[in-house]
Design a protein around this ligand. Structure first.
Ligand SMILES: [Zn+2]
Length: 196
């Protein structure tokens, strides 16, 4: 039987996604062998996570009211790239092929779910208020991602002067933007197609 502190930490770690009890045990034993500075730094960084905010404009992770992309006036202020999660922004930024703004939906519309919790009304009002001329629908090329893109297209189509595009077909169906390599993603951005 492990000491109580070990058991509690094993429980903490095994509650994380993709970490099973065996892996949690190994991690705890690994941490036990580290020096105190390293552990303190780890613990402080862990607490710091809760100081992060959600950008009030695009719903990306932010250090203050607005995220770094919304704050950056050099970015194209008339283009919005719509993604499912903040991690997708990291992948797209790595390509350096996009310099506009983002909008994080917070997921996709699932079968039998209206998607009421998604930031869709916020997206529509941004398109109207920020004089947006292009919306890139960059939801994942999965069944749900495609359905969500189609739903958004129908909503946005009613607004005037907005070009709606979808990432090019370089991405394989069912893939996740998060795991796509830079070149593929960069080509998918460059070859984005207008949805008519
Ligand atoms: Zn933002």
């Amino acid at each position: 039987m492990y000491p109580k502190a070990f058991q509690r930490l094993i429980k903490n770690l095994s509650s994380l996604p993709s970490v099973g009890p065996k892996m949690a045990e190994r991690l705890v034993l690994f941490l036990f062998k580290q020096d105190i500075e390293k552990i303190r730094d780890f613990a402080e960084n862990l607490l710091e996570i809760k100081n992060m905010k959600v950008c009030k404009r695009c719903f990306n992770i932010a250090e203050s009211e607005l995220c770094e992309y919304c704050k950056d006036e050099r970015r194209d202020q008339h283009s919005i790239c719509v993604v499912e999660e903040p991690l997708d922004i990291i992948s797209l930024e790595r390509t350096k092929a996009y310099t506009g703004l983002y909008h994080v939906l917070g997921g996709v519309i699932q079968v039998g779910d209206s998607g009421a919790e998604l930031k869709i009304p916020e997206l529509i009002s941004r398109i109207e208020n920020e004089k947006i001329t292009e919306v890139i629908l960059a939801t994942n090329p999965t069944t749900e991602g495609d359905a969500t893109a189609l739903y958004l297209k129908r909503k946005i189509q009613t607004l005037e002067g907005v070009k709606i595009t979808r990432l090019g077909r370089g991405l394989s169906t069912g893939a996740d933007l998060e795991y796509a390599d830079e070149l593929t993603l960069s080509e998918a951005l460059t070859n984005r197609k207008e949805l008519l």
